[in-house]
Design a protein around this ligand. Structure first.
Ligand code: HEM
Length: 184
């Protein structure tokens, strides 16, 4: 089950991240505003991960890394069970995606501040090293995109293994329940 906020969050994040990455790098102002939106979306998601509905909460799906790895092995062997919320492998990807996308957008806000624009202009950030920030921004943006590609491959593969259209679930919010408890 995905609540309405989570679904709006997901498709807005996908839209604004891809917009910032692909369409507007030559239009800096638009690129920056798409990036601010990404940062705000992720910050709201973190809050929702604490106060939101059951499947949205981090305590419901974040597990130790070895559980994610064990689940991934089962998934690759086609023997994984499906979850009403995120499965342990998907959970690791979500944490990585949220962290990487947030780093990308915050380093972008800091870079923009160096040019005297944006919410952090004329603050302590103005003294930060531009080359380092530019490197972090570019690296984290490319890493985020690589994670997105793996994420989408994972979603399509899991849909095939579970015989359930997970993309449709992220639109309608409805998911077939087969397992909903402590990961094995
Ligand atoms: C455009 C193609 C995309 C498709 C088809 C897609 C599909 C999905 C699906 C089906 C889920 C739920 C997975 C599950 O059942 O456990 C999901 C979750 C998620 N996706 Fe995507 N996704 C796409 C793009 C993106 C992009 C571009 C980002 C980030 C930049 C992203 C970030 C996330 C996050 C953070 C979650 C976890 C949702 C939450 O609990 O907050 N996705 N995605």
């Amino acid at each position: 089950m995905w609540d309405l906020f989570l679904r709006i969050f997901h498709w807005s994040l996908a839209f604004f991240f891809l917009l910032a990455y692909f369409l507007v790098t030559d239009r800096l102002r638009l690129h920056a505003h798409a990036g601010y939106t990404v940062a705000l979306l992720v910050l709201f998601r973190v809050l929702w991960g604490v106060i939101g509905s059951r499947q949205a909460r981090f305590v419901d799906f974040v597990v130790w890394p070895w559980k994610s790895i064990r689940y991934l092995v089962l998934l690759l062997r086609g023997r994984a069970i499906s979850y009403l919320g995120h499965n342990p492998a998907g959970a690791a990807m979500i944490v990585a995606l949220l962290a990487c996308v947030l780093l990308t957008s915050l380093s972008g806000v800091a870079l923009f501040a160096l040019e005297g624009s944006g919410p952090l202009a004329n603050t302590f950030v103005a003294n930060w090293p531009g080359d380092l920030l530019a490197g972090v921004h570019e690296f984290s943006a490319n890493l985020s995109l690589a994670l997105v590609v793996i994420h989408v491959i994972g979603v399509v593969y899991s849909s095939y293994i579970y015989r359930e259209n997970l993309i449709k679930s992220m639109i309608t919010g409805k998911k077939k329940e087969t397992f909903n408890g402590e990961p094995p």
